[in-house]
Design a protein around this ligand. Structure first.
Ligand SMILES: Nc1ncnc2c1ncn2[C@@H]1O[C@H](COP(=O)(O)OP(=O)(O)OP(=O)(O)O)[C@@H](O)[C@H]1O
Length: 381
């Protein structure tokens, strides 16, 4: 079956499932999830995070729990549920991020499809040359179907209506699936978030099924498997929203922590257990120093907008996270650097200096950036 047929079939079966489900309450301009309707929302419960639905920014909405935090189900295989609420044993069901996004944004699936095609202009992207360098670079993938990402993730890609990978995804996903380190530079809006999220979610699903989500009684430290560092809370929240869609019903849990917002809800989210933690550097250092997050289980480290983090003065925090706390050394983790602009040489040297300290000095560096070009540096671990 072709990918387009598969997408059409998924859309059809979802439509049938929706028709069979209990009717949803009519949409309201300010939707409040059922389990919060009896509570008054605190000021910080209005998300700062722009929820994004495939390129279209939705208006700020009250997020359950506030501050961009999200309630996730307890246990590896949450029951399929399209509603917020508790089931037997007081377990919190995983909300359906696709349905919530559509409700908050007042968009239906067909709107969403238009939003996707507005976000990515494949005709333009197809012609953009891609540079790769490194040793035995795995070949690019021309479709998601030819990469073994796992059934649950594959279904979510269909739900996102991603018909084919963008160039950055074509190249980066096979490299990362092969367990290689990667430095990638691709312009804004080119699909970098999925390029690093898909391999991480797929690997967590496959290799870490016994990851302990819930800390033993009295232990309040969370041990994520993947850390995605990004410079701002807006970007962190965007990544979190996307990652939640990709990891829906995979059992993989995603949380976000960022500065400039009260920490209490973020602490509660962490206590529920986290596989993938999206964080701004300062807030993460704070949580590590409070012993609420340990990095000793990290297998996947992403620095998104790495050059911008350095421009914004986060070098001390990144150094602390990568060098001084309990983060596994480069050979024991997979490291991914993504940026929208090509980092300056000095920034690359700095990043290599502490992200890959053992890397030989003879790495070829590129000069200059052509804004519309993707450039790549693939590295072995
Ligand atoms: N393969 C795909 N097919 C269709 N749409 C896609 C695909 N990959 C990503 N998108 C959509 O394209 C938009 C841009 O993707 P994304 O935010 O990941 O880009 P980005 O490169 O990370 O951008 P930024 O530099 O702003 O962070 C998003 O709405 C995303 O859902």
């Amino acid at each position: 079956m072709s990918w387009a047929d598969a997408v059409a079939e998924a859309a059809e079966s979802e439509a049938v499932a929706a028709a069979n489900a209990a009717p949803l309450p009519p949409l309201r301009s300010s939707y409040v999830p059922p389990h919060l309707r009896s509570k008054s929302l605190s000021p910080d419960a209005v998300a700062f995070c722009p929820s994004s639905l495939n390129g279209s920014t939705l208006p700020p909405v009250p997020l359950p729990g506030g501050g961009g935090g999200r309630v996730f189900g307890v246990g590896r295989a949450p029951r399929r549920s399209s509603r917020w609420g508790r089931g037997a044993g007081g377990r919190v069901h995983e909300p359906n991020p696709f349905e919530l996004a559509a409700q908050f944004g007042g968009m239906d699936i067909s709107d969403k499809e238009n939003a996707v095609s507005a976000a990515i202009n494949f005709d333009v992207y197809e012609d953009i040359p891609v540079d790769t360098s490194g040793y035995d670079v795995p070949p690019p993938a021309n479709s998601f179907a030819e990469i073994d990402l796992g059934d649950a993730l594959f279904l979510n890609i269909k739900r996102c209506k991603y018909v084919k990978p963008t160039p950055v995804q074509k190249h980066a996903i096979p490299i990362l699936m092969a367990g290689r380190d990667l430095m990638a530079c691709a312009q804004t809006g080119s699909g970098k978030t999925a390029a690093f999220c898909f391999p991480i979610i797929s690997s967590v699903m496959r290799n870490h099924s016994l990851h302990q989500h819930i800390a033993p009684r009295g232990v309040r430290t969370t041990y994520p498997l993947a850390l995605i560092l990004s410079p701002t809370r807006e970007l962190s929240c965007q990544i979190h929203e996307e990652a939640k869609k990709f990891s829906y019903q995979t059992g993989v849990r995603v949380a976000v922590v960022y500065g400039g917002a009260p920490i209490h809800q973020q602490l509660r989210d962490l206590e529920r257990g986290v596989d993938i933690l999206v964080a701004t550097p300062g807030r993460l250092v704070d949580l590590v120093e409070r012993a609420r997050v340990s990095l000793q289980m990290i297998k996947y480290l992403v620095l998104d907008e790495a050059d911008r983090m350095l421009d914004m003065g986060f070098e001390p925090q990144i150094r602390r996270i990568v060098e001084q706390v309990d983060m596994p050394h480069p050979g024991a983790r997979q490291t991914m650097l993504f940026s929208a602009t090509f980092p300056q040489e000095i920034q690359i040297e700095m990043l290599w200096g502490f992200v890959w300290p053992s890397w030989p000095n003879s790495i070829p560096l590129w000069g200059g950036v052509a804004a519309s070009y993707f450039r790549w540096q693939d590295m072995w671990s």
